[in-house]
Design a binder for this molecule. Sequence first.
Ligand SMILES: [Zn+2]
Length: 104
Amino acid sequence: MAAEGAGGGAGRVEEDGIELAIRVPRQGVGLDELGIEPLMFEHTFWCNECEGLASNKTCPHDQDARLFLSGTKVREMLGNGERPPHEFSRDEVADILIDAYKED
Ligand SMILES: [Zn+2]
């Protein structure tokens, strides 16, 4: 592997004859230094039965009770000037995003 060392950056590696571009994280960067705490969780959705955000781990209800919109669907709606459902996004936030899509 011809990746860079402690400074981090881009590198390349060959795997099964295919050269892949890779990103090498800087070594020694701790979560304290980043100032953020990553939270790992699965896709979430709104559940009408749970009356809140839920995931497959927390919600035992049927798909019919769940509102899940893919990122692609949300971008399509915003691009068409449509607000996503209230359970998905506040109107004030949706309006800002819709305006941003108009600027593109
Ligand atoms: Zn539920």
